[in-house]
Ligand binder design. Structure first.
Ligand code: ATP
Length: 370
């Protein structure tokens, strides 16, 4: 197990800046997810931690030791590629023990570790079977076993579930997280899928264009996004953004949007009429007769217990998550009310949040590293 510290890390490819001055610490035993759109610098950061890429500037510390210029093989970090790819002609035992055998480890030790991992994954009874006829769930456990058998200080995973279909990916996410809870090894996991990140991470690091925008527990980045980009990237469907009418003094508790005045959390800085943007998640808008913003229902999508209602208002088209007990119809004129404590206000020029919810994130399951 290890703590990984990144200090002022930069990576240029010619004139192009792939990673720009990242500084953060990945705690010992943490499941740390790096999330962002394609090309934002996640893989480059991971490859620098692994020792597969040399930083242009900055340092990488493993348990306090500077390993910036150490080779990958000297770092005792396991880089896990595709988790699901097994060797079809080998037994479960040979699949799991493969990384130890290529290291040239003594046979008795290989056997001991392989059996220990198989027990942890509840597949000891399958050790001498071929992987060909295994059920999907058992195959994924074998793949996990092969990934963790090395007992490295930390595991780095780059989109390991990328090629799986949705159902299998969900299963694998759950299995990975359960395994992490049992083994407790520091894990850095790269993905562009926010649902994967939200469901597995102790903390999420959100990147865009080479910059780290925010690091926090899933509930924290969801409830208190530091920037408009983070707010829009996390959550499905995305947060609604409404442009304000008129400026706001610092300390304002109300924002004017086309068609209504809406109470909001206190702003920390003054905003002009051009740069105030209100952010409201679909579940923080309620359909109510006395709601201050009026609009016409454009679409209703039933989703079992909930429904997603799209409403055209003078402030733009908004998506509202409502219980299925609310009766609404296409073309109907409805009132919308906003949950003031949950709203976020952004400065459109800096993209940063200047007023956010008072809502406190609950403790994180499986180890808090806030
Ligand atoms: P993806 O999920 O698409 O891999 P990412 O966030 O992991 O995205 P990186 O792979 O880290 O992004 O790449 C960041 C940027 O750096 C991209 O624009 C990429 O084209 C560029 N890049 C990465 N490696 C090299 C290289 N060896 N030479 C030149 N440019 C590179």
């Amino acid at each position: 197990m290890a703590e990984i510290r990144i200090e002022n890390l930069k990576k240029h490819f010619g004139d192009f800046v792939a990673v720009n001055d990242s500084t953060f610490t990945i705690e010992n035993g943490e499941f740390f997810v790096m999330l962002g759109p394609s090309g934002c610098g996640k893989t480059t950061t991971l490859r620098m931690i692994a020792g597969l890429e040399l930083p242009s500037e900055g340092r990488i510390l493993l348990d306090g030791e500077d390993v910036t210029f150490n080779r990958a093989s000297q770092r005792d970090i396991a880089f896990v590629f595709q988790l699901f790819a097994l060797y079809p002609h080998m037994t479960v035992r040979r699949n799991i023990s493969f990384p130890l055998r290529v290291q040239g480890m003594a046979r008795r030790e290989v056997r001991r570790r392989t059996e220990e991992v198989a027990k942890l994954l509840r597949i000891e009874h399958l050790l001498d079977r071929g992987v060909g006829g295994l059920a999907a769930g058992d195959r994924q456990r074998v793949a996990l076993g092969r990934a963790i058998v090395r007992q490295a200080k930390a595991f780095l995973m780059d989109e390991p579930l990328g090629a799986l279909d949705a159902e299998f990916r969900d299963l694998m996410c759950e299995e990975l997280r359960l395994l992490h809870n049992r083994v407790g090894a520091t894990t850095v996991y790269v993905t562009h899928d926010q649902i994967e990140a939200m469901s597995m991470a102790d903390r999420i690091c959100i990147m865009n264009k080479g910059e780290v925008l925010q690091i926090g527990a899933p509930m924290e980045v969801y409830a208190r996004p530091a920037t408009r980009f983070v707010a829009g990237f996390i959550g499905s469907p995305s947060m609604n953004f409404l442009e304000a009418e008129g400026g706001l003094p610092a300390g304002a508790r109300e924002i004017r949007i086309p068609g209504a005045r809406v109470p909001m959390p206190e702003t920390r800085e003054p905003l002009t009429s051009r740069n105030a943007v209100l952010g409201a998640r679909p579940e923080h808008i309620t359909i109510r007769d006395d709601g201050p913003l009026r609009g016409e229902v454009f679409a209703v999508e039933y989703m079992g217990a909930r429904q997603m209602v799209t409403v055209d208002t003078p402030a733009g088209r908004l998506r509202v998550r409502a219980p299925n007990t609310v009766a609404v119809d296409y073309g109907e004129n409805v009132g919308l009310a906003f949950d003031a404590e949950r709203l976020v206000v952004f400065n459109a020029e800096t993209d940063r949040s200047v007023a956010s919810t008072l809502f406190e994130a609950p403790p994180v399951q499986g180890g808090a590293h806030g």
